[in-house]
Design a protein around this ligand. Structure first.
Ligand code: HEM
Length: 391
């Protein structure tokens, strides 16, 4: 077994930590608890999930694929750099030591520069380089998010949260283009245009993250419509895969693809409502987690039978494929997204009268931040730097 695979248990631990922080946040925002647990990481739940869990998992998967090629030996350091970068960042967030956050981000970025070297080198050797262009754009999105994340928090910040989710979403779209080139060749022809549409979408969300006051609505509306322009043909192209039924693996993949694309469209619709009607906590949460848990979660489960044998070096036993994780994920996320809307309405946190829809969220955030700050000052050291203070 490759020594680099030691980073996978770290990725799982960071996923569990990110989930625990997410649950702590949800219970706090729902008024179920007043003292959040793991409060020092409350502002970093999204970053923990993407920089901690997803970047290590996807980077290691690509590293194993790169071993078949005579690449520069530096590739063997990539999984370690990605894991170390994430851990040092977390230590910085917990200890409020800015140089650690900066150092961790720089190490993570170094790891992802090697990741881009691997992806582009495999692409150059591949008969189908297109999927690797999606994955390179995904890595650029992660590098941008880690730079922005040095000084900013994604809490309540829709463009930054979407930039953060850009890495897993674009990587998964790249894997779909790669995996469907035989069974749905129409996808490949469409994907040639998709990469340019997504490159423009990435540029728009980066501009919005860096300059939030610049033409928020027109830019975000264009961004959401560009996502739709890729999601619709891609889902249409994969429709046969969703209904194929010959083998257990095909049926397993089909139902997961159906769930994943369902959540992708639900997330995009929630984003559209946010851009048109204004941002609220409930809508932001529904949009973020339809994409984060619904689309990304279902696709990770869909790809597991293809990825796990490569990672574990053991053949897949099709008869053992199980849909329970998907049903639990889908039911849980469905209740969460639906109940968000209803219980928030009772607490009258809906969008504001200023038309931008963002200050209402900022107001809500302030009370979350206030709560966080109170808990922090009561129980912990005064933070030397605090991303929440950016707003
Ligand atoms: C059981 C699972 C999860 C729970 C309970 C949870 C909980 C939360 C809560 C309460 C928020 C704040 C909502 C808001 O302020 O709008 C949030 C935000 C967010 N979550 Fe999750 N989450 C979960 C899973 C995930 C996953 C799997 C991802 C990524 C792959 C993710 C990424 C994000 C992002 C990017 C944000 C917005 C930025 C932030 O507030 O940190 N979450 N999550």
């Amino acid at each position: 077994m490759k020594i680099q695979l030691v980073v996978l248990p770290i990725a799982i631990l960071l996923m569990l930590l990110a989930l625990a922080v997410g649950i702590s946040k949800l219970l706090l925002m729902g008024g179920v608890i007043t003292q959040p647990f793991i409060s020092l990481l409350l502002p970093n739940h999204g970053q923990l999930m993407v920089f901690g869990f997803l970047s290590i998992l996807l980077a290691t998967e690509r590293y194993l694929g790169a071993l078949a090629f005579p690449f520069h030996p530096i590739i063997h350091s990539m999984p370690f750099l990605v894991a170390a970068g994430g851990i040092i960042q977390i230590t910085g967030w917990v200890s409020n030591i800015f140089p650690l956050v900066l150092g961790g981000s720089v190490i993570l970025i170094a790891g992802f520069i090697i990741y881009i070297y691997i992806i582009t080198s495999i692409g150059k050797r591949s008969a189908q380089p297109l999927p690797f262009k999606y994955m390179s754009l995904a890595a650029v999105s992660l590098i941008s998010a880690s730079i922005v994340g040095i000084w900013n928090s994604p809490v309540g910040n829709l463009p930054f949260s979407m930039l953060l989710l850009g890495f897993p979403i674009l990587t998964i779209l790249g894997e779909r283009v790669e995996l469907t080139r035989f069974v749905a060749p129409s996808i490949s022809s469409l994907a040639r245009y998709g990469i340019w549409i997504l490159a423009v979408a990435f540029a728009l969300i980066l501009i919005q993250t860096l300059f939030p006051a610049v033409a928020y609505r027109p830019l975000m509306l264009t961004w959401v419509l560009l996502l739709l322009a890729v999601a619709i043909p891609l889902a249409w192209g994969e429709r046969r895969l969703m209904t194929r039924g010959e083998k257990i693996l095909h049926r397993y993949l089909g139902v997961h693809l159906m769930a994943a694309y369902g959540w992708l469209f639900l997330g995009i619709i929630a984003l559209l409502v946010i851009v048109v009607n204004g941002q609220t906590v409930a809508l932001m949460d529904a949009a973020t987690h339809s994409l984060a848990i619904g689309f990304i979660g279902s696709m990770i489960l869909a790809h597991a039978p293809i990825i796990l044998p490569a990672i574990l070096g053991r053949p897949l036993i099709e008869e053992r494929l199980n849909r329970l994780p998907l049903w639990l994920l889908t039911t849980g996320n469905f209740f969460r997204v639906v109940s968000e809307r209803t219980c928030r309405r009772n607490r009258s946190e809906e969008s504001d009268s200023f038309g931008s829809g963002r200050s209402a969220y900022a107001t809500n955030r302030c009370c979350i931040c206030d709560c966080y700050a109170q808990v922090n000052s009561a129980f912990f050291r005064q933070p030397s730097f605090n991303p929440i203070k950016t707003h």
